[in-house]
Design a protein around this ligand. Structure first.
Ligand code: DGP
Length: 113
């Protein structure tokens, strides 16, 4: 499932650049272009799902891949505490309608800051 014009699909296909930070078979991670926390990484499924509920209900393998990659990166890049969040719907602040986890932390490891 892909969507023409979806910016995160285009990043997943490596058609447009992003600062990649990790990848596995079904998920990709890159630094958020406008970070709102000292550590701010986005983790996306490579396949297109509009939000985390669509992802969860349709593709458990991609969901697990997203969460595994996000967890690995959290342990690697956050000092002690971190947050995963999925804005879902415009009213909740979602602006890119391709499912993505925000991995944020106020306490990045020094080499990640
Ligand atoms: P949300 O508001 O939850 O839909 O989050 C979308 C995030 O995606 C927002 O923090 C900014 C980020 N973003 C949007 N376009 C790009 C892009 O082209 N590259 C990167 N690296 N991040 C992007």
């Amino acid at each position: 499932m892909t969507e023409n014009g979806c910016i995160f699909c285009r990043i997943a296909r490596k058609e447009i650049p992003a600062k990649l930070v990790g990848e596995n078979d079904l998920a990709l991670a890159f630094w958020d272009v406008s970070p709102r926390q000292p550590l701010h990484i986005l983790v996306i499924p490579k396949l297109h799902y509009a939000n985390v509920a669509e992802l969860t209900l349709n593709d458990e393998k991609s969901l697990v891949s997203v969460m595994k990659l996000a967890s690995e990166l959290a342990l690697e890049h956050a000092e002690e505490s971190f947050r995963f969040s999925f804005n879902t719907g415009a009213g909740a602040g979602q602006t890119v309608f391709h499912a993505h986890a925000h991995l944020t932390s106020q306490t990045p490891r020094s080499e990640s800051a």
